[in-house]
Design a protein around this ligand. Structure first.
Ligand code: KIV
Ligand code: ZN
Length: 524
């Protein structure tokens, strides 16, 4: 293995998916995983299979269908979790089990209500069991950066003795600082020389805004795997942003003895948009690398400089991260064949009925928009070609005026195929439509979040709406895209409604690996 190659371990679908309000179904997770494979990440942590039957199904589907990267499943240090993780990833060409147990006294005492001796036993049993199934085993001492280095070293030695091939050192609560993390890793290398023979990994949270800096420091200290997530999503303030660490190494690699990754950087912007659209987590305009303004120059001095010579005020090229995807790709008169080809160039294979549906939506959009860009097509495909979740918008009518409250009537196709109508007079047109949908479906969901964004630039841009709904204590998000904001809102609402109802029916709740159940030590 090239000593300067830094492996990119993407945890968008596991740690990222644990972010509040994110709830991806199997189809969406597969779509993201396929794009991560196109992006060239080395490892996809596809989920936490024990968390729910849905999580298991998604990890299994990714393991079976996504080629290229290693597919990892997360497991706490107990035999049921490890069995579930193995059963979910076993059909992958390159499966990995990632198991973890806390090593900080604060977790051991208060959360697990265990002892250090118990943790040693749990780590040994977990890695041994995982290794009996799979050659590729990763072990993480959770909350490592708040743990006693000597005790952490003891645990790591056990993990190595049992055959772990990757050792990940999580900064679970985003507490460490770059120089402190470097010292911590250095001390572990001293205490456990065998760490030089396996891949050392970083997993840094962003509670103090240091996730990327800490991960980078970890790489400088010898780590050759970085765990990160697209757009930096993840528990609380999130994980290290994949696109930032990749472009940092890509841009400054020459000054870092040739450190590099295998990521196809031109896929970064598209991956970021896909994750944002499907999770409902918007990317701030000034977000490093993938934000809409990451390459925009507002001041006259900067614009003047860039026009004369791009490198005066740019350290990266927008095309190198794929942020130039707003070019015109199709015109109003383009046919089905041209659409299929354009979608193929964007990485989507769309055939048969799905192509007919996409073509119908494309024509609707092309009638209203002057230009249909690559970004519009991406939005349309991710909007239209999702799994059907029960409700479909048949039509709506909104009467709005500054003189009286808006009144909406909607027609909704219900899961049993029948048509239902509902009306409501609301505070605003969108509010009226949402309540009219509740009236039509007879489901009293509550709107928790509502966001609208433009897919591309210009007055005729497509609107991209995300909503989060709550029903009986469960939440789900939905997205909708249209040239009409009310249409996009109604589509987003109906998608979220179908999902949240399904969650309530299944009684689903995601257990959080950050807060594991107390575990008892295995019988010796
Ligand atoms: O933050 C953390 O410690 C984790 C572990 C499960 C690796 O996500
Ligand atoms: Zn984490």
């Amino acid at each position: 293995m090239d000593p300067n190659r830094v492996l990119i371990f993407d945890t968008t679908l596991r740690d990222g998916e644990q972010s509040p309000g994110i709830s991806l179904n199997t189809g969406e997770k597969l779509e993201i995983a396929q794009q991560l494979a196109r992006l060239g990440v080395d490892i996809i942590e596809a989920g936490f299979p024990i968390a729910s039957p849905g999580d298991f199904e998604a990890v299994e589907a990714i393991a079976r269908q996504v080629q290229g990267p290693v597919i990892a499943g997360l497991a706490r240090a107990n035999s049921t979790d490890i069995d579930a993780a193995w059963n979910a990833v076993r059909d992958s060409e390159r499966p990995r089990i990632h198991t973890f147990v806390s090593t900080s006294d604060i977790h051991i005492e208060f959360q697990m209500q265990n002892t250090r001796a118990d943790v040693l036993g749990l780590a040994r049993a977990a890695v041994a069991q995982a290794k009996s199934y799979c050659d590729d085993v990763e072990f993480s001492p959770m909350d490592a950066t708040r743990s006693d280095p000597e005790f952490t070293a003891e645990v790591l030695q056990i993990a190595l003795d049992e055959g772990a091939t990757t050792i990940n050192i999580p900064d679970t609560v985003g507490y460490t600082m770059p120089d402190e993390y470097v010292r911590f890793l250095g001390r572990l290398y001293e205490l456990v020389p065998g760490l030089h023979d396996v891949v050392l990994s970083t997993h840094c949270h962003d509670d103090l805004g240091l996730a990327v800096a800490n991960s980078f420091a970890g790489v400088q200290a010898g780590a050759r795997q970085v765990e990160c997530a697209i757009n930096g999503i993840g528990e609380r303030a999130g994980n290290a942003a994949l696109e930032e660490i990749v472009m940092l190494l890509g841009t400054r690699g020459a000054d870092l003895d040739g450190l590099h990754t295998g990521v196809v950087t031109t896929e970064l912007a598209r991956t970021s948009r896909l994750v944002s659209r499907l999770t409902g987590y918007l990317v701030q305009p000034n977000k490093a690398v993938v934000g809409r303004n990451a390459f925009a120059h507002e001041s006259g001095i900067h614009q003047d400089g860039v026009l004369k010579e791009r490198t005066t005020f740019e350290i990266m090229d927008a095309t190198s991260v794929g942020l130039d995807a707003n070019q015109l790709v199709l015109g109003k008169h383009s046919g089905r064949h041209a659409l299929r080809q354009a979608l193929e160039e964007l990485g989507y294979t769309v055939e048969g009925q799905a192509l007919n549906t996409a073509f119908k939506r494309f024509k609707e959009i092309a009638d209203k928009k002057k230009q249909v860009t690559a970004m519009d097509l991406e939005a349309l495909v991710t909007d239209e070609l999702r799994e059907e979740r029960g409700y479909a918008l048949e039509g709506f009518d909104v009467e709005a005026s500054s003189k009286r409250p808006p009144h909406a009537t909607v027609a909704v196709r219900l899961p049993d195929g029948s048509l239902a109508e509902g009306s409501f007079t609301g505070d605003g047109p969108v509010d009226a439509v949402f309540h009219a949908i509740n009236a039509a479906t007879g489901v009293d969901a509550r709107l928790r979040e509502y966001r609208v964004d433009a897919v591309s630039e210009g007055q005729d841009a497509l609107g991209d709406v995300s909503v989060v709904l709550e029903l009986d204590g469960r939440t789900a998000s939905g997205q909708g895209v249209s040239t009409d904001i009310i249409d996009a809102s109604a589509r987003a609402y109906l998608r979220a409604l179908g999902l949240v109802e399904a969650k309530v029916a299944a009684g689903l709740e995601k257990p959080k690996p950050e807060v594991p159940e107390p575990l008892s030590a295995p019988a010796s």
